[in-house]
Design a protein around this ligand. Structure first.
Ligand code: PLP
Length: 396
């Protein structure tokens, strides 16, 4: 046996994802990509904003001397200052470049943060349904996860349930808004209640409990709403995010972490994060992308396109009798599975060339996820297939 037992176990436990992926690829080979409705991947269908290409071209034509060299592990001062300005403008909380580390995406920022704060065996609370990588990321740094269900009527965090889960061993809680997989946007009331409860518990326990706010979908909020800025509500908050979704650059691996300036011992946290960015082997976030996003902090992909897709699918699915909490942002639905066994439901959907992910993959059996970040044509062509599926399983 050559590789780590833990990694082998993780691969085996997630082998059904690979199987589904292979079955999906076989359907595409048989029917053609335009006749298979692949809602499995959170890969943006839209292209980066025009300003991105403009800046890229300008940099290629007029390169700065030394622009491909190593820099400070935290990232370029100019980029961090630009990110800090954006956070300050959107939150009203004074932040500066000292509070920012540029990272390899939100995934990199999560790993850097968890490595910075976790002692072996300490707990990270995650909210069900959750982005499954959180479990692996906590484990990467010797931590364990404790799952706490959100309110299933709204998918908002259940503050009393989180409070009941907190112990002396709790080091952090990860929140994610707009949420993957539910699309829920946490309200200002929820964040206020969470912040107050955490302040009280930290006082009682005499410890610091970090709130890691994972926000790669923060600029994808619908109906003219804005995602409430976490720093306004939660003192010991670390914002982790990326430009994977808002600038549609997931392959470029560019993101950042930001510490709330009012956090306990913030300078030490930042020193730790810069060190961890280095020793995790990231060293620094990609130089070219840092230079670009410094100029693009007020840019975003067109949110109305996602909102339109949400509306078409939401109206169609609810019309057919599916139970869905209407998402306030992001690009996912997390409907109730009309069959008890969500894996079996996903198999039934596959018979109609609709590819989905079972809720079990997010710690929430009995649900399924639709990633609607696909071409509008796919959504439109899928509508009759949803109808047939609903009839087939006796829903409509
Ligand atoms: N967090 C959530 C909730 C996500 O959905 C994703 C990606 O899909 C990430 C983090 C990772 O983002 P990135 O590509 O920026 O590492």
């Amino acid at each position: 046996m050559s590789i780590s037992l833990k990694v082998r176990g993780a691969i085996e436990r997630s082998s059904w994802i690979r199987r589904m992926f292979e079955e999906g690829a076989a359907l595409i080979a048989e029917y053609g990509a335009e006749n298979v409705y692949d809602f499995t991947l959170g890969n943006p269908s839209v292209e980066p904003p025009a300003a991105f290409r403009r800046e890229l071209r300008r940099m290629a034509e007029k390169p700065d001397l030394g622009m491909h060299r190593y820099m400070n592990n935290a990232g370029y001062e100019e980029t961090r200052a630009s990110v800090a300005r954006h956070i300050e403008e959107t939150s009203g909380v004074p932040v500066n470049s000292k509070h920012i580390v540029m990272t390899c995406g939100a995934g990199g920022a999560l790993n850097v943060t968890l490595k910075t704060i976790l002692n072996p065996g300490e707990e990270v609370i995650i909210l069900t349904p959750f982005f499954v990588e959180y479990k692996f990321y906590a484990d990467n740094h010797g931590g364990t996860t404790k799952e706490v269900w959100t309110n299933p009527e709204t998918f908002q965090p259940d503050i009393a349930a989180i409070e009941a889960a907190i112990t002396h061993n709790t080091r952090a809680i990860i929140i994610n808004s707009p949420n993957n997989p539910t699309g829920a946007v946490y309200s200002a009331e929820t964040l206020t209640a969470l912040g107050r409860m955490l302040d009280r518990k930290q006082g009682e326990l005499g410890s610091t409990i970090y709130t890691i706010s994972d926000e790669p979908y923060a600029r994808l909020a619908f109906d003219g709403n804005r995602v409430p800025p976490v720093f306004r509500y939660i003192r010991n908050a670390v914002l982790v995010t990326s430009h994977s979704k808002d600038l549609a650059l997931p392959g470029e691996r560019i993101g950042y972490l930001a510490a709330n300036p009012s956090m306990d011992n913030v300078a030490l946290f930042m020193e730790g994060a810069v060190f961890c960015n280095r020793v995790l082997g990231f060293v620094n976030a990609p130089a070219l992308m840092q230079r670009l996003v410094a100029k693009l902090q007020s840019e975003s992909v067109d949110v109305t396109e996602y909102q339109e897709k949400r509306d078409i699918l939401y109206n169609h699915l609810t019309g057919l009798g599916f139970e869905v909490v209407k998402p306030g942002g992001g690009f996912y639905f997390f409907p109730k599975s009309p069959m008890d066994d969500d894996v079996e439901f996903v198999r039934q959907a596959q018979k109609h060339n609709i590819l989905l992910v079972p809720g079990s993959g997010f710690g929430a059996p009995g649900y399924f996820r639709i990633a609607y970040c696909v071409e509008m044509g796919i959504i439109e062509r899928s509508l009759p297939a949803w109808e047939k599926l609903a009839k087939d399983i006796g829903l409509a």
